[in-house]
Write a protein that binds this ligand. Structure first.
Ligand SMILES: Nc1ncnc2c1ncn2[C@@H]1O[C@H](COP(=O)(O)OP(=O)(O)OP(=O)(O)O)[C@@H](O)[C@H]1O
Length: 674
């Protein structure tokens, strides 16, 4: 029940009165322990009636209502007695009142002092019920102090064997504890009266800040150790000076250097007074080669300025010998890089205009790289190489890869035009220039205006016309046959020949000046016999191309076919190879190119004879075989002729999965590509 109470004493509910009230109340309670369950409630706060300190801190003023909460009901008479206890006027002599005031003041001061202590303090009674919590403790536990009051301490205080402590009467200091975001160390001490534990005081010391500082300190120490290690492990001399140039820190090698040179003790002894004075006046940094004793050092001084005042320097000194060694190394690396770049550039992709030119041999790649390089320029190009090596193909690719690709590309075969018609073919003619010239006709040069003219077989150009061509190349203009007016032209000239032009010059059949005029960028295409590695690639590419063109479906070649091709010398070069393939593919009656169908100068009839017994013939002729055996033979044959499951699948018209299954079934894995 709740009993409303009032007191009119001058000091309100003071300590002495509160102390006297407890034995008074005890008379009315059924048992000793009952007092623990009686509370005073005032201004929303509730404190145990026997917690004098807390009670006084309520500061109950005279005339204000407060309540007594007791378990169960008390009779009217008791209630009246209790109310009278507080209402009774006291014999308030001055001395008594002064004592009460002092007691009150002391209690409140003590209460305030404990409350203001930065350490958290929680007090509980013998029954482990919390009777006091100061502000710091409430913050550490992140709870309202009122909420903590009257709760059991062992449910809130961590690691506190509180019950045990009541028995042992020994204080306990915990290790580091985590209370929410705080790190604390707790001390639990028994409160002993007359050799009895009447309660426990728990003090929590917040060490979060200290922890943080000690962590930072550890990190700084580690950083310093790492820095020291770094500075000591470099071979350069490193030193720091103060504002007067005296060394205050140095790494091992700098220390050694200073010890060896007793007359060098400050920075100005190294860099000289003049440079030092520049630094004091605000110079940003100094870098120079300085001789000390017999050694030279590349010395770099970085000053540290604070508010424009020199406060110190960082100096590094590198032995000149080391720098030289480093430069040598850099030079070596540079050379290596250049070499690797050159190698790499050989393998880099060419412009798509060069895609039609098949081959991976170095000689061809080098020629194509050069062709690509000059395709962006207007330089005159002379392509040399035996007949059929791809000169025309390269000329067209140069045109296609260059900025003139949208302009005309005109090919003139100098060997195919009768000498008498050559001039009019090249330079055109005016109406009436000769009998039959009924209209003005523009020549190939004019047609190639803004584009490219490809003069094939230039070695066959009649000598009389060579002078004219030279003039055209030099003047960049032509005069039509029978005409007078020069016509300005912008034409790029690419010439080609399979003849030895230099020899023709020596024999007086080709003008030397024209030779040099054409020979600005020479590109030589190697004969096929010098790049036989390209034969399989070329053959495969021709099969693909010709299959399309001739509507055929050649899937591969008989074993030994490519070997035969690579053994042959190919005087007609790639043209000869292409023509042969065209002939064989169009005549082929099977899906495979067979050795026996090769010309006898490439594959001899005796060999053909031997090959007549090859497995595929055997397969077809043996009538006693089962279908399974035939299948095995077919897969065996395919495995020997193709490089992968994919190719076999394509050739046999089955799936990759089927090939894999069959090859495994017949144990043919090792034969693939053999
Ligand atoms: N590297 C190659 N890759 C693919 N096809 C090529 C290659 N070289 C040449 N060919 C083909 O070979 C044939 C002959 O080439 P091209 O006419 O360019 O040779 P050429 O050197 O100009 O011969 P000629 O001196 O007889 O005029 C052409 O069909 C061409 O497509």
């Amino acid at each position: 029940m709740r009993i409303p109470l009032k007191t009119y004493r001058k000091n309100g509910l003071h300590v002495r009165m509160a102390a006297r009230f407890i034995p008074f109340l005890q008379k009315y309670l059924p048992n000793q322990d009952g007092i623990k369950h009686v509370h005073i409630v005032y201004n929303g706060k509730k404190v145990q009636v026997n917690n004098l300190l807390a009670l006084v801190s309520l500061k109950i003023k005279p005339g204000e209502t407060f309540y007594l909460d007791v378990d169960g009901d008390l009779n009217d008479e008791t209630v009246n007695d209790i109310q009278q206890f507080f209402l009774q006027p006291e014999k308030e002599d001055a001395e008594q009142m002064e004592t009460d005031r002092l007691l009150m003041e002391n209690s409140l001061t003590l209460q305030e002092a404990i409350s203001a202590i930065p350490n958290g303090i929680v007090v509980c009674n013998r029954d482990l019920v919390i009777t006091y919590v100061n502000r710091a403790a409430a913050t550490l536990f992140n709870q309202d102090p009122q909420q903590m009051l009257n709760k059991r301490a062992d449910g809130i205080i961590p690691n506190g064997e509180l019950q045990e402590l009541i028995e042992t009467k020994q204080p306990v200091v915990t290790n580091k504890l985590q209370l929410n975001r705080f790190t604390v160390i707790a001390t639990y001490s028994p409160i002993i009266l007359n050799d009895h534990v009447i309660g426990i005081v728990a003090i929590f010391q917040d060490i979060t800040g200290i922890e943080k500082i000690s962590k930072e300190l550890k990190e700084v120490k580690e950083l310093q150790q790492r820095l020291d290690l770094l500075l000591h492990s470099v071979s350069d001399l490193i030193g720091m000076t103060d504002q007067s140039g005296q060394f205050i820190y140095m790494n091992e090698v700098m220390d050694l250097f200073l010890k060896k040179n007793p007359n060098v003790q400050a920075l100005f002894h190294i860099i000289g007074k003049e440079e030092w004075s520049k630094l004091t006046k605000g110079q940003k940094s100094i870098m120079k080669v300085i001789e000390v004793g017999e050694q030279s050092f590349v010395t770099k001084v970085n000053p540290i300025y604070i508010d424009k005042q020199l406060t110190g320097t960082v100096t590094t000194m590198t032995r000149l010998d080391d720098v030289k060694k480093l430069l040598d190394k850099i030079e070596l690396m540079k050379q290596r890089t250049e070499y690797l770049e050159e190698q790499l550039s050989k393998h880099e992709g060419l412009h798509s205009a060069f895609n039609a030119i098949i081959g991976t041999s170095n000689a061809l790649k080098d020629a194509l790289k050069l062709a690509q390089k000059i395709s962006g320029t207007d330089s005159t190009v002379l392509i040399t190489g035996e007949s059929g090596t791809g000169k025309e193909l390269v000329a067209r690719a140069i045109h296609e890869a260059g900025k003139r690709k949208k302009q005309p590309y005109i090919r003139v075969n100098c060997a195919a035009i009768p000498p008498t018609l050559m001039e009019s073919e090249l330079f055109g003619y005016e109406k009436g220039a000769f009998t039959g010239a009924t209209n003005t006709k523009r020549g190939k040069f004019e047609l190639a205006h803004k584009g490219t003219i490809f003069l094939d077989e230039i070695g066959d150009l009649p000598i009389e016309l060579q002078a004219k061509l030279l003039r055209v190349l030099q003047e960049k203009e032509i005069v039509r046959l029978g005409g007078y007016e020069p016509i300005q032209l912008d034409v790029r000239v690419i010439a080609a020949t399979n003849r030895d032009l230099k020899k023709l010059v020596d024999e007086g059949k080709f003008r030397e000046d024209l030779y040099y005029r054409l020979h600005v960028v020479p590109i030589h295409l190697p004969p096929l016999r010098n790049r036989k590695d390209d034969i399989p690639l070329l053959t495969e590419s021709f099969v693909k191309q010709l299959n399309k063109e001739l509507g055929k479906n050649i899937k591969g070649y008989e074993k030994g076919f490519i070997e035969s091709l690579t053994q042959y010398n190919w005087p007609g070069n790639i043209r000869e190879l292409k023509n042969l393939m065209e002939r064989m593919i169009s005549l082929s009656e099977t899906d495979y190119l067979l050795c026996k169908d090769l010309p006898h100068y490439i594959f001899s009839p005796e060999q053909t004879e031997t090959k007549a017994n090859t497995e595929q013939h055997h397969i077809l002729l043996n009538k006693n075989k089962t279908l399974k055996q035939y299948e095995k033979e077919i897969y065996k044959y395919a495995c020997q002729h193709y490089q992968s499951f994919n190719q076999i699948a394509k050739a046999l018209g089955v799936t990759h999965k089927t090939v894999a299954k069959k090859v495994r079934e017949y144990g043919l894995e090792s034969l693939i590509g053999k």
